[in-house]
Design a protein around this ligand. Structure first.
Ligand code: SF4
Length: 280
């Protein structure tokens, strides 16, 4: 693998939010707390005050400037449209209030399932983990089947158990892709919880490192070498990636990039776009 392989068009569409066919589920089902990311407190199941009658956001064009930065970096991975149009067959929670609670409970589960599917699809595009492809295809098909279950059945699945099964394959795939950068005994040092929050890492060389779940909040990663890194679940809020090289890094999402700072000199893996606020 010389660079992150772009997800094919169908997968790209399936695992990307389509707000026009969703009933604003993330803006109702999920809670948020007043913070640097949200302007006020909202309970789960209560519509956000910015949600319009047509299920679109009235401040969509200026989420950051309106103190709703948390929304600008959220990604449902296509779960919103799936729950709205497939699981509940196009019935919305305003017209069908008896479905609302169930719909709001199903949504976060579907979000996790779609996130897993996106990573598994990406792992299937690697060549170094070919020996895992049949297991990945199996878990992909199993996960896909779950996403088509009826709401009551979906609510019964043990999502943690399923995630653990998927994670094991993603971890193995990551090591295979990064094998030439790992220590000879294959035992790499794990990034510890908070060690990178606000860390001064400008110009450092991290090629082939795993940042799985790392808290890189406000880390200074300007001009850092982040090629071929595993970025799954890394928290990049306000991390400064200006001039950094992320070529070939994988399990990196657009939402993670949207949460970070960067500039026109930042090199990105194929298939990801430079966030608008990096252009200013
Ligand atoms: S601010 Fe907009 S995107 Fe965020 S929760 Fe409210 S309606 Fe949804």
């Amino acid at each position: 693998m010389t660079d992150r392989t772009v997800l094919n068009d169908a997968a790209e569409k399936e695992y990307k939010a389509d707000c026009l066919t969703c009933f604003g589920l993330c803006c109702v089902a999920l809670p948020y707390a007043k913070s640097a990311d949200f302007a006020y407190n909202k309970d789960a199941g209560t519509p956000c005050r910015n949600l319009q009658g047509d299920f679109l956001c009235s401040i969509h064009e200026n989420l950051r400037g309106s103190k709703f930065r948390g929304c600008a970096v959220y990604e449902c991975f296509g779960a919103g449209q799936k729950v709205s149009q497939v699981t509940f067959g196009g019935r919305d929670w305003r017209q069908n209030q008896e479905l609302a609670d169930e719909m709001f409970q199903v949504f976060p589960i579907m979000q996790q399932l779609h996130e897993m599917l996106m990573y598994v699809t990406e792992a299937l595009s690697f060549t170094e983990n070919r020996s895992l492809h049949s297991s990945l295809l199996e878990v992909q098909s199993e996960t896909e089947s779950i996403t088509f279950l009826a709401p009551k059945e979906l609510l019964k699945i043990n999502i943690d158990e399923h995630r653990a099964e998927v994670n094991e394959l993603l971890l193995k795939s990551s090591k295979m892709v990064r094998s030439k950068f790992l220590p000879k005994d294959g035992q790499e040092q794990q990034v510890r919880g908070m060690e990178f929050i606000g860390a001064k890492l400008a110009g450092k060389k991290f090629r082939g490192k795993s940042f799985r779940g790392a808290l890189l909040i406000a880390a200074d990663l300007r001009n850092a070498d982040l090629r071929m890194t595993d970025m799954i679940g890394a928290d990049l809020r306000d991390a400064d990636l200006s001039g950094a090289n992320l070529t070939g890094s994988f399990f990196l999402t657009q939402a993670q990039l949207n949460a970070a700072i960067g500039n026109k000199q930042t090199l990105l893996p194929k298939g990801l776009e430079m966030p608008e606020h990096w252009r200013r």
